[in-house]
Write a protein that binds this ligand. Structure first.
Ligand SMILES: C[S@@+](CC[C@H](N)C(=O)[O-])C[C@H]1O[C@@H](n2cnc3c(N)ncnc32)[C@H](O)[C@@H]1O
Length: 228
């Protein structure tokens, strides 16, 4: 199932994801009057938590069904756009992109294009925070919560840097399958793609913690990026 059909279940299925911790991590980089945008905002969970903390934040996503849900929680501008064809006539102090949004891009050419588009809407001193998925292995995990069973299976191919993942949610006898092909970008690839478009990776964190530096073995990576 792609996000189109998945959207209405998204918040329920990810109810145990620690969005509060992720949002607290983000606040380390925000000032109260910053103009902020969330790229790939999905159903608007980070944006609405940031709104609750008094920040004003726009959102962008290419999936209408996800954005329709975001509209019920987020009060700023929500753009239905692909980051690869970004067309916003504004500059932002902070751009965030959380939970593997850019892993949906197919290759480093698309990554560079996306980064260039982000640079074009960033103020001179602005910050970009990009959260990427960074699997190391293949595996399977089953867990049960709130009358729901979640079976996650993922296969990571180190050579192609592609992860194929499938999550099966079973709830009241119904099965919902969410499958993705993710391109996993290494720290070096991110640094090079940033460099090629006039950006610079300033820090790499893991696990939404400013005291922990990310490395190739981190499960997730948060890149703090600015203009060169
Ligand atoms: C795993 S969800 C993350 C949503 C949200 N950031 C969160 O943390 O819950 C990935 C989101 O990225 C969006 N997305 C994927 N590729 C995109 C692209 N090229 N441009 C804009 N949004 C994209 C999807 O529609 C989806 O809403």
């Amino acid at each position: 199932m792609e996000y189109k059909e998945f959207a209405k279940y998204y918040d329920k299925f990810y109810q145990n994801k620690d969005y509060a911790k992720e949002t607290n991590f983000l606040t380390n980089f925000l000032k109260q009057n910053d103009k902020i945008i969330d790229i790939g905002c999905g159903t608007g969970i980070h944006a609405s938590l940031l709104e609750q903390k008094g920040f004003k934040i726009d959102g962008l996503d290419l999936n209408k069904e996800m954005l329709d849900i975001a509209k019920t929680k987020v009060h700023s501008n929500l753009y239905l756009q692909n980051v690869l064809d970004l067309n916003i006539n504004q500059k932002y102090d902070v751009i965030i992109s959380m939970f593997a949004v850019l892993n949906h891009l197919k290759n480093t050419y698309e990554l560079e294009k996306a980064l260039l588009n982000l640079k074009n809407i960033l103020t001179e001193e602005g910050k970009i925070i990009i959260d990427l998925h960074n699997p190391q292995t293949s595996g399977k995990k089953i867990d049960t919560f709130d009358n729901m069973t979640r079976t996650m299976e993922w296969k990571y191919d180190k050579r192609s840097k592609i992860e194929e993942s499938k999550i099966i949610f079973e709830i009241e006898g119904q099965k919902y399958i969410d499958s993705h092909t993710f391109r996993i970008f290494t720290i070096d690839e991110m640094k090079l793609c940033c460099d090629n478009v006039g950006l610079k990776v300033k820090e790499v964190y893991e696990n939404y913690d400013i005291n922990t530096m990310g490395s190739s073995s981190s499960k997730n990576l948060q890149f703090l990026i600015g203009k060169k």
